[in-house]
Design a protein around this ligand. Structure first.
Ligand code: IPM
Ligand code: MG
Length: 365
């Protein structure tokens, strides 16, 4: 019987509602497979600004480092969106956690569920069978490069951000991408803007060098603008995609629409693997805080439940348990159960809790 310490950071909007279901999913797995998950919880994002005046406390970051994994809900509130220059913002908590824990590898799997192909705005015949793993670099690039500031020069406002990568940062993402491709369909697409940016020319050069160690993997380089086009034109051609922080951010929102619902997509943010192959990681649905539906109990909990499955796989080394949870989610969808974001026509929409209950009933069933 193994014991795991999980730090739960529900955050804002629908974060707390869906996070509660992620915790229940882990508890159910713990019961069935005889593991103990010990949970501790704290505020982040807007909730932490309200409670402590900062979007994440230093104590919380320390606690995260001591944990086996972090389960993250969502951050962001409309009151901050209307003021882009607010000195403290909920999103800073997220960026600080990524950076402080060195969570450089962001895995965003995008798979279309056969039963949901009609839910996408794209044609079913284009998105059927899509199965892509996007690996986004998460702790460097333009998100963190220096200088980054707003300033006054000759009485005029200016601002600067810097897109920075060094070869080690690129190489580790490339290795991860090639290794993942090897275990999947053997194709890696690297996305950059090498026709314009020096930083992308370095990116492409390093990826090409790393590729020599993986002759069995087919490597394709795509310029980011073309990549956005091919992603909706021929999404089935993609297997593993690697991209820098900003390009990965943009491409994964686009890729999420291949599945029809943002409410289905989990993510894992990992640091260097330990000896046993597991990593300290942070797990979050990619849907965000959705303040418009917060507090109504109607949010889709499946992205969070699938994030909990990734937590089992990557931070606990519990592959069988991760698959049990993923199968339970797939069966729930196949059985026609839907939350409001997925329901069409006369389908009854389940509440967040009912949908999660349906998944729990199907664990191991
Ligand atoms: C994401 C989000 C974040 C990002 C925001 C909330 C800071 O868009 O995780 O994709 O830009 O990385
Ligand atoms: Mg994003």
């Amino acid at each position: 019987m193994a014991t795991f310490d999980i730090l739960v950071l529900p955050g804002d909007g629908i974060g707390p509602e869906v996070t509660a279901e992620g915790v229940r999913a882990l508890e159910a797995i713990g019961q069935r497979f005889e593991h103990v998950f010990r949970f501790s919880e704290d505020h982040v994002g807007g909730a932490a600004i309200d409670a402590y005046g900062v979007p994440i406390r230093p104590e919380t970051l320390e606690e995260a480092k001591r944990s086996d994994a972090v389960l993250w809900g969502a951050v962001g509130l409309p009151k901050y969106d209307n003021d882009p220059s607010a000195p403290v913002r909920p999103e800073q908590g997220l960026l600080q956690l990524r950076r402080d824990l060195n969570l450089w590898a962001n895995l965003r799997p995008v798979r279309t569920e056969p039963a949901l192909t009609h839910a996408s705005t794209l044609k079913p015949e284009v998105i059927e069978g899509v199965d892509i793993l996007v690996i986004r670099e998460l702790t460097s690039g333009i998100y963190f490069g220096e200088p980054r500031e707003r300033r006054m020069v000759d009485g005029r406002r200016e601002a600067v951000n810097t897109m920075y990568y060094n070869e080690d940062e690129v190489a580790r993402v490339a290795h991860l991408g090639f290794r993942a491709a090897r275990q999947r369909r053997g194709k890696l697409t690297s996305v950059d803007k090498a026709n314009v940016l020096q930083v992308s020319q370095l990116w492409r050069e390093v990826v090409t060098e790393v590729a020599r160690e993986y002759p069995d993997v087919e490597l394709e380089h795509l310029i980011v603008d073309a990549a956005t086009m091919h992603l909706i034109r021929r999404p089935r051609d993609f297997d593993v995609i690697i991209a820098g922080n900003l390009f990965g951010d943009i491409l994964t929102d686009e890729a999420s629409m291949l599945t029809g619902s943002l409410g289905m997509l989990p993510s894992a943010s990992l640091t260097e693997p330990r000896e046993d192959g597991t990593s300290l990681g942070m797990y979050e649905p990619i849907h965000g805080s959705a303040p418009d539906i917060a507090g109504k109990g109607i949010a889709n909990p499946l992205a969070m439940v699938l994030s909990a499955a990734l937590l089992l796989r990557h931070s606990c080394g519990l592959e069988e348990e991760a698959q049990a949870l993923e199968r339970a989610v797939a069966r729930t969808i196949e059985d026609g159960l839907r939350t409001a974001d997925l329901a069409s026509g006369d389908e009854r929409a389940l509440s967040t809790r009912e949908m999660a209950d349906a998944v729990l009933e199907r664990i191991g069933g």
